[in-house]
Design a protein around this ligand. Structure first.
Ligand SMILES: [Zn+2]
Length: 421
């Protein structure tokens, strides 16, 4: 990600008050500097280890491990974690990842709300706030709210701007991830091509990463609840329908960031239903919250939105239940093909309709298990989102830490600090 300069990261890392790594002295050789990031990756699991254990695991010399640990301690990312059992003599010190070293500002911009959270580097939520905000008010209004509320939230969490390691933002539309710019987002007037990263960095000069909300929900859901599933599909069913694809543990964005856009795949029974995109028979025109509401309205029910449908279904209204179940079958029609193509082991259904969607999920299961190849469904689980409306902020935090704690960025940061010192 070319837009994040080493200076940004180093500047961020070194600006914590009272924790200036340049005050620490270490004189590691160039070889050990270039690999401090690798030692750090071992420690990210949170388990405390001694220098000897790290030397054994990495095959590096004890002295090399020691200099890398010193570099990581100077950044605050690793701290002492007690002592190991001694086999005689002074007991050896143990070291562990210190997720409290820095914080991340995680932001979920929805159509009519913004959710903000301050998390530690392990994704633990330290403070959280939900605000009413129309995305249609435009980028300056929305990002202005985000910046001022973000400052307040840092204060609530007892942290300072200097503790901020990065900002992750999810937007409700297509985003070119490499530049952080929205691309012709249908419900976001004024946002097309807007330079979100530069705008936010003017007030908060740290790495800023932007993606569409479904991708970060997939990341958040997997990290928080389904870490054992390397091949996971997250399907958001709300006003729109989309999917985030995790394959072999990595989020797949495709060539232009539009991978997973299921909403405009054609469904057989929808030949005469016009979609807002101009085509007929799109999944979204049949199975989204507003689409089901329209169908029930045509049957004479007093509903005008997705939440109305969910409320009715919750009260046991048979037409609403049937409407959601049919929407599930339509989603399942498309997912059966996706399952054959991608062979996920877990499909998570989320979004405002999906979250309370046992009827929707029943319809999805019905079609996917009947229509996908037997081998592809032998170990396939289909379930409801566990993270719920926190999936996006958890994912926004994860998107940032995946980047700033990667071996390459840690190494660049260590090298930058050494050069500055
Ligand atoms: Zn469409």
């Amino acid at each position: 990600m070319a837009r994040i300069s080493e200076r940004d990261i180093t500047g961020g890392m070194t600006s914590a008050p009272g924790d200036d790594p340049r005050r620490h002295t270490f004189t590691p050789d160039a070889g050990s500097l270039s690999r401090a990031g690798d030692v750090f990756q071992l420690l990210r699991d949170g388990r405390a280890r001694t220098r000897a254990e790290l030397a054994l695991t990495t095959g590096l010399a004890r002295s090399t491990v020691a200099s890398r640990i010193d570099a990581l301690i100077s950044l605050g990312l690793v701290g002492p974690a007690g002592e190991a059992m001694s086999s005689g003599g002074r007991p050896p010190s143990r070291f562990a990842f210190n997720p409290a070293a820095r914080v991340v500002l995680a932001i979920d911009v929805g159509a009519t709300h913004v959710i903000l959270a301050v998390t530690d580097l392990g994704g633990r939520i330290l403070a959280e706030r939900r605000l009413a905000q129309e995305v249609a008010d435009g980028p300056e209004a929305v990002l202005g709210t985000v910046i001022s509320a973000g400052r307040d939230l840092l204060e609530d969490a007892g942290r300072e701007l200097g503790d901020l390691a990065g900002i992750g933002i999810g937007l409700p539309g297509p985003v070119e991830h490499d530049t952080g710019r929205p691309v012709k987002p249908p419900i976001m007037p004024g946002w097309d091509g807007f330079d979100v990263v530069t705008y936010v960095q003017r007030s908060m000069p740290v790495p800023v990463l932007v993606d569409n909300d479904v991708n970060i929900m997939a990341l958040g859901e997997r990290t928080s609840s389904w870490a054992e599933h390397d091949n996971l599909l997250f399907v958001k069913v709300a006003t729109g329908i989309g999917a985030g694809i995790i394959s072999r543990g990595e989020l797949q964005r495709g060539a232009n960031g539009t991978a997973g856009d299921l909403g405009h795949v054609r469904v057989p029974r929808g030949d005469d239903v016009l979609c807002r995109c101009g085509n007929y028979g799109c999944l979204e025109a049949l199975a989204s919250g507003p689409a089901v509401a329209r169908q029930l309205q045509a049957q004479g029910l007093d509903v005008s939105s997705g939440p109305d449908v969910l409320r009715l279904a919750g009260e046991g209204n048979l037409q609403a239940i049937q409407g959601l179940r049919q929407a599930g079958r339509d989603v399942g029609d498309v997912l059966a093909t996706v399952v054959n193509l991608l062979n996920p082991s877990m499909i998570v259904i989320g979004g405002s309709v999906g979250e309370v969607g046992e009827y929707l999920v029943a319809g999805i299961r019905e079609v996917v298990y009947r229509r996908s190849l037997p081998l592809a469904t032998t170990h396939l689980r289909i379930g409801l989102s566990v993270a719920g409306n926190r999936a996006a902020i958890l994912g926004a935090s994860q998107m940032v830490t995946q980047h700033i704690l990667s071996a390459a960025v840690i190494e660049a940061t260590v090298a930058g600090v050494a050069k500055a010192g």
